[in-house]
Design a protein around this ligand. Structure first.
Ligand SMILES: Cc1cc2nc3c(=O)[nH]c(=O)nc-3n(C[C@H](O)[C@H](O)[C@H](O)COP(=O)(O)O)c2cc1C
Length: 186
C-alpha cells in the first residue's frame, strides 16, 4: 500500500448535476444547479439538497418548504451551467434559458418541462451544517417523459443520457450492461 495522507476533502464522484426549481406565491420562479443532491431514504422516498444560504433559491425553498429536482440530459449541459452561474436575483432563468415551467401538484414550485425526470419534494427537515443548509425533502410525486421509460413505463437510465459532475468537471454517466446479483433484485 502506498497511501499518502491528503487533506480532508470530498472524494465522491460522479454526483448528479441536477436542476432544482422553486417558486413563490408572488409568481416568481427560479432554477438553481446543484451537484450536492443525494438519495437519503427509500420509504418514504427522500432526497437531500445542500444549498449555500447566500443563494437566491435558499430563501425561496426555506420560506415555501418546496422544491423540484429535475434531472437533465448531457445535451442540456449549457442550461445546467447557465443556471449555476447566473442568479435569480438578476434574471428570470426560465425565460432567459428558454425552458418551460409546468405546475404539478406543489403549490409554488414548478417542474422544468424539458427535463426527462422530475421529483416534486416537500421539505421535512432542514439542517444548518456550516457552509451549506441541507434540505431533506420527501418526494411526493415523480414524473418521467416517455423518452426516459422502457418496458411497462419503468424508468430506463440507459435512455436518460445522465449528466454528472465531479471536482469541477462535467461527466456523462453511462450505465453498464451487466446482470449481477444486486441489479437482478430491481
Ligand atoms: C455544476 C454546478 C454545481 C453546483 N452545485 C451547487 C451546490 O451543490 N450547492 C450550492 O449551493 N450551489 C451550487 N452551485 C452554484 C449555484 O448553482 C449558483 O451559485 C447559482 O447561480 C445560484 O442561483 P440562485 O442565486 O438563483 O439561487 C453549483 C453550480 C454548478 C455550475
Amino acid at each position: 500500500m502506498s497511501k499518502q495522507k491528503i487533506s480532508a476533502q470530498l472524494l465522491l464522484g460522479p454526483v448528479p448535476a441536477a436542476l432544482i426549481s422553486c417558486g413563490r406565491d408572488t409568481g416568481e420562479k427560479n432554477i438553481i444547479t446543484l451537484a450536492w443532491v443525494g438519495v437519503v431514504n427509500s420509504s418514504p422516498p427522500m432526497v437531500s439538497i445542500a444549498v449555500r444560504p447566500n443563494r437566491h433559491s435558499h430563501a425561496i425553498i426555506a420560506d415555501t418548504g418546496e422544491f423540484v429536482v429535475n434531472i437533465p440530459t448531457v445535451e442540456q449541459v449549457d442550461l445546467v451551467d447557465g443556471c449555476g452561474t447566473h442568479s435569480g436575483k438578476n434574471i428570470n432563468k426560465f425565460t432567459h434559458f428558454g425552458v418551460t415551467p409546468v405546475m404539478g401538484t406543489l403549490k409554488y414550485a414548478p417542474l422544468i418541462d424539458e427535463c426527462p425526470l422530475n421529483m416534486e419534494c416537500v421539505v421535512e427537515h432542514t439542517l444548518a451544517l456550516g457552509s451549506h443548509s441541507l434540505f431533506i425533502g420527501r418526494v411526493v410525486q415523480a414524473y418521467a417523459d416517455e423518452s426516459a421509460t422502457g418496458e411497462k413505463g419503468k424508468v430506463d437510465f440507459n435512455r436518460c443520457r445522465l449528466l454528472g459532475y465531479s471536482n469541477g468537471q462535467y461527466l456523462s454517466v453511462t450505465p453498464l450492461d451487466l446482470k449481477l446479483g444486486y441489479t437482478l433484485k430491481k
